[in-house]
Design a protein around this ligand. Structure first.
Ligand SMILES: [Zn+2]
Length: 271
């Protein structure tokens, strides 16, 4: 089974990602949580346009990233987990926890350090919140994030299996928790014990800074509870809360060209 997963890594990841994306686009149409304010044409061109740019850049700049790297490390016996004997399942679970914990820490740091915030705020400048917001990232942020994840993979010698499961499940949960989806309250309550739901992550996209500085987890929800950044509900309601950033709301700032240049502009938007 593990060998099958690893042999078909790329198509499996693509089927999971695009399959989930299409299902969520339909689900948002049927069960929307909020009204979308800005025209789809403007937002989707910017959000999916950025995705196409960083996907192409990743293939050109660091094609050896991820699973292939983990295979090489395993072969060369590099990294902590490749040196210390341990049960396969323990290595798998620790690998997933390390990658997800690292993403939580990097996300939190991205809201504190000016250099990282300039890149990350592109994700937060979306004045609406739907599944397309999930892929709205500045290409430089994706490159920085991927390279720093590689460092974790090398230091700990994470297995290809843990990487594949985390990449597949983590990216689909990330799509899901950005969806403009009205989930039954009981289902949301049950899911949020384990993973980040749209009602948790929407609060992180609030224009009210105390709320932006909460709910940093992207896959497993317990990081925020563990490190005191968990917020259960927004101050107002999910329907009326203001999404985006207070200083970046002009229509001209929402085009793909403006977003690519956004990190070079200065505004007092980080306290
Ligand atoms: Zn953020």
């Amino acid at each position: 089974m593990a060998q099958f997963l690893l042999d078909h890594e790329l198509p499996l990841r693509q089927y999971a990602f695009y399959g989930c994306l299409i299902c969520l686009l339909f689900a948002e149409e049927l069960f929307p949580k909020r009204r979308i304010h800005l025209a789809y044409k403007t937002r989707w061109t910017a959000n999916f346009g950025l995705m196409l740019i960083y996907m192409a850049l990743l293939r050109i700049a660091i094609p050896w990233v991820g699973i292939e790297l983990a295979f090489k490390l395993q072969h060369l016996q590099i990294g902590l987990f490749n040196r210390v004997p341990m049960p396969k399942l323990a290595g798998l679970i620790m690998g997933i926890l390390l990658l997800d914990g690292f993403r939580y820490a990097l996300h939190r740091l991205s809201h504190k350090l000016d250099f990282l915030w300039r890149l990350h705020r592109v994700h937060h400048t979306d004045v609406d919140f739907d599944v397309s917001t999930s892929v709205r990232h500045h290409p430089a942020e994706v490159i920085v994030g991927t390279l720093s994840e590689c460092l974790v993979i090398v230091i700990f010698g994470l297995s290809p299996e843990s990487l594949l499961i985390w990449a597949m499940v983590g990216s689909t949960i990330d799509l899901f928790n950005h969806a403009n989806l009205r989930l039954p309250l009981r289902l949301d309550r049950a899911l949020r014990w384990l993973v980040v739901t749209p009602d948790i992550h929407r609060i992180h996209h609030s224009a009210y800074q105390a709320e932006t500085d909460s709910n940093f987890s992207s896959f497993l929800s317990f990081w925020d509870k563990l490190f005191g950044s968990y917020r259960v509900q927004p101050e107002s309601s999910h329907q009326s809360m203001k999404i985006g950033l207070e200083h970046w709301r002009q229509p001209a700032e929402q085009s793909i060209f403006s977003l690519l240049l956004n990190p070079f502009f200065s505004k007092k938007d980080l306290e």
